[in-house]
Design a protein around this ligand. Structure first.
Ligand code: CP
Length: 338
């Protein structure tokens, strides 16, 4: 039985749990961080995503919700999942979509991010989705533009839609009661925007989060965010409900953080034997792309506990929800604008 068919029987519709997208609007022009969201915003995004999730099962996967709106995807860093799912999300909402990458834009010629954003805005772009290697890039753009800005990952800072799609995936399998779930997050916590966004989100929902990794990958004073810290993966995994595995980021300088990759895999790789220490119905999440055999074994990645492909699939519905809430209400009284 595949992981998705195993979980299908347990899946419940979040639409009936929280409501429908018509019932609320989001009173902000940008989505920059999870830290800045309140629980009501989070529930509204999850509700809206649940309603749009149904569209993926239709023969014609399209609704007219954002007809006449224009969305620009500005990706200055590589991406497969986030970029593709934002593009598919916008197209399924009937928005017009333009895609720019670092190499295909005038940023290559030295143009500033703000000048690029203003050029897009004066051509009628309503929302800019940005991925950038520098923490704070999305904030810089949002401060300057009247158009809405969605942070699709800024350096080691935040990746809010990844945390939201992780939550959506957990809710569809486990239901909405996140409070008290025991979450183990393992890997490079210091440099992971996925970790930072997920910590803020899970703590807001009263989950119990333990971050695990070599001391060089755990930021000092992280307990102030409400998490516990362990350097011993096996003891942390005992009784875990969720295991969130972070990628070893080869593209960022990590040689000084652990002696070698084999040593990391030996101490912090999630294997079938280690996963057996968690609860029998544990869920395994990984944002991708994965390094099989390093932070996660192939048995775990493809095993019955894995919801990794569900995360990717659910990303479209969650991004449809985010784009809809930010773009559809622009121009409405009290919403949108700078
Ligand atoms: N999870 C994630 O951000 O993956 P991509 O880098 O492929 O977008």
């Amino acid at each position: 039985m595949s992981s998705s068919s195993r979980h299908k029987s347990a899946i419940r519709s979040t639409k009936t749990v929280f409501g429908s997208p018509q019932e609320g609007c989001i009173s902000r022009k940008d989505l920059l961080t999870i830290k800045s969201l309140d629980v009501r915003d989070i529930e509204l995004i999850i509700d809206t995503a649940a309603a749009f999730h149904e569209v993926a099962g239709r023969a014609v996967k399209k609704v007219p919700a954002l007809r006449g709106k224009t969305i620009a995807n500005l990706f200055i860093e590589p991406s497969t999942r986030t970029r593709t799912s934002f593009e598919l999300a916008a197209k399924r909402l009937s928005a017009d979509v333009v895609n720019l990458s670092g190499s295909s834009s005038s940023i290559m010629k030295g143009e500033s991010l703000v000048d690029t954003g203003q050029a897009l805005e004066c051509m009628g772009v309503d929302l800019v989705v940005i991925r950038h290697p520098a923490a704070g890039a999305a904030h810089t753009l949002a401060r300057t533009l009247k158009a809405g800005v969605v942070n699709a990952g800024d350096g080691a800072h935040e990746h809010p839609t990844q945390a939201l799609l992780d939550l959506f995936t957990i809710i569809r399998v486990r239901g909405k009661n996140i409070a008290g779930l025991r979450v183990v997050m393992v890997g490079d916590i210091t440099r992971s925007r996925v970790a930072r966004s997920n910590i803020h989100l899970l703590i807001k929902l009263n989950a119990s989060v333990c971050v695990v990794g070599p001391p060089t990958m755990i930021p000092p004073h992280i307990e102030k965010l409400g998490v516990s810290v362990s350097y011993d993966l096996e003891s942390a995994l005992k009784g875990a409900d969720l295991v969130m595995i972070l990628r070893v980021q080869h593209e960022r300088e990590q040689r000084s953080l652990f002696p070698n990759i084999q040593e990391y895999a030996r101490l912090y790789g999630v294997t079938r034997e280690r996963l057996a220490l968690a609860k029998p119905n544990v869920l395994v999440l990984h944002p991708g792309p994965m390094n099989r055999g390093i932070e996660i074994s192939t048995e775990v990645a493809d095993g019955l506990s894995s919801v990794i492909l569900d995360q990717v699939a659910n990303g479209i519905a969650v991004r449809m929800g985010v784009l809809y809430l930010l773009a559809a209400t622009r121009g409405a009284k009290g919403v949108g604008g700078a």
